[in-house]
Design a protein around this ligand. Structure first.
Ligand code: ATP
Ligand code: MG
Length: 381
């Protein structure tokens, strides 16, 4: 099988997408999509995965599917180049998950650091839904169903891709080369790998309510930036400040360009110069936050405008999802046929198997006849 360049990635429809998604995943996938280096691009709305911890709130998922689709389209995911689809409508993914579950141990699943911290966060330690514990296996099905060799995502996804690699390795060793080995493509900029929350928590996350959403308007962004956690030791303007582990500077790392400095903050040449000043003392948090808000609004403005256009054609957006899902399903079906063949459970599609069994039983019957005839002859004699 000739290996095409294929990327596969996705998001859980548990709310609107935020600027952590943008720098950690979305911006990169749009670049990859437009790079011309990929033969196929798949972007999945992972509603079944979202149900593993939001099973009691299907309305939230239902509402978020369209929000996530709007966020994709407004950021430049282009349905003519990327297949945008909905996970739950592709049953082949769940069939694959079933086969992969046999290749993974319970203790391996319990060691997954991302799942562990999510369990803690959600207070699930005492009663963990099996579906939630197993979602990394279902994610391996999502990645391999599309023969993806590249998974562009944030750092929290590293354990998932590792789990997927182990499954691919085990599957291929047991059943022969069938699945494509994927690798994780992290953002190059460290600040983008795991953008912290407005509250300074390790990760901006829909579930933690510490986000700037891609669809937030200018005033909301201004307000949220002003509430941001900064350096707790920087109480007076003249105090020396810390830029490392300071969310305001981490966000600037992720978003601010030299051009932003030229346009909005020309007394500093670039981020390095601004950091130096903050560290030396004499620069107030409010001033830096004002600049950050301008930068974020500058990045979000074209996204908001595009979103507005798509919001005026909601039936069109659902059509994009439906068509993408059909296309993705055809690809997953091709993989499932390959997988069934490898595991030798393709009973009804294998003509040779039927012929072989016909021959086997024919021979068995012939042998029985021969034996009967021989015994009859012996008896006579
Ligand atoms: P949830 O809380 O429901 O899990 P989430 O905010 O973690 O939501 P996901 O849908 O789980 O979002 O993640 C989608 C993609 O966005 C993944 O590739 C993930 O690595 C990336 N991502 C999510 N949050 C961040 C972040 N704060 N910084 C960088 N990348 C992120
Ligand atoms: Mg998540």
């Amino acid at each position: 099988m000739e290996q095409k360049k294929i990327f596969m990635t996705g998001d859980r429809p548990t709310g609107k997408l935020h600027i952590g998604h943008y720098v950690g995943a979305l911006r990169r996938r749009v670049e990859l999509q437009n790079s011309g280096l990929y033969d196929e691009c798949y972007v999945m709305i992972a509603d079944t995965q979202a149900l593993t911890d939001y099973y009691d709130n299907p309305d939230r998922i239902r509402e978020s599917v369209i929000e996530v689709a709007l966020d994709y389209l407004s950021c430049g995911v282009d349905p003519s180049r990327s297949t945008i689809f909905v996970q739950s409508r592709i049953p082949e993914l769940f069939e694959l998950t079933c086969y992969y579950l046999d290749l993974v141990t319970l203790s391996r699943l319990e060691r997954n650091p991302t799942v562990k911290s999510e369990m803690r966060q959600k207070g699930m330690e005492d009663s963990i839904p099996v579906g939630f514990l197993c979602y990394p296996v279902s994610q391996a099905a999502d990645i391999t169903a599309f023969d993806a060799d590249t998974v562009p995502a944030g750092e929290d996804q590293a354990p998932m891709v590792e789990q997927c690699q182990e499954i691919v390795h085990k599957f291929n060793s047991l059943y022969g080369e069938t699945l494509v080995m994927p690798h994780l493509l992290l953002p190059e900029n460290d600040s983008c790998k795991r953008l912290p929350g407005l509250d300074g928590k390790a990760k901006m996350s829909k579930s933690l309510n510490n986000c700037i959403y891609l669809s937030d308007d200018e005033q909301t962004v201004n307000k949220k930036v002003m509430t941001m956690f900064t350096d707790p030791m920087h109480l007076n303007i003249n105090d020396k400040g810390h830029t490392k582990d300071n969310p305001v500077f981490i966000y600037l790392d992720a978003f601010a360009t030299d051009d932003h400095f030229r346009r909005f903050y020309s007394q500093y040449e670039n981020l390095e110069a601004l950091k130096r000043k903050y560290e030396d003392g004499g620069l107030g948090d409010v001033e830096v936050k004002r600049f950050l808000a301008r930068v974020i609004n500058d990045v979000l403005e074209p996204i908001r405008q595009k979103r507005h256009e798509y919001e005026n054609d909601i039936p069109g957006v659902y059509r994009i999802l439906e068509e993408g899902t059909e296309k993705a399903r055809a690809k997953a079906m091709a993989t499932i046929h390959r997988v069934r063949r490898a595991i030798k459970i393709n009973y009804f599609e294998d003509r040779k198997l039927i012929e072989k069994q016909v021959k086997r039983f024919k021979k068995q019957h012939q042998d029985e006849e021969n034996l009967k005839a021989y015994l009859a002859k012996q008896k006579k004699a």
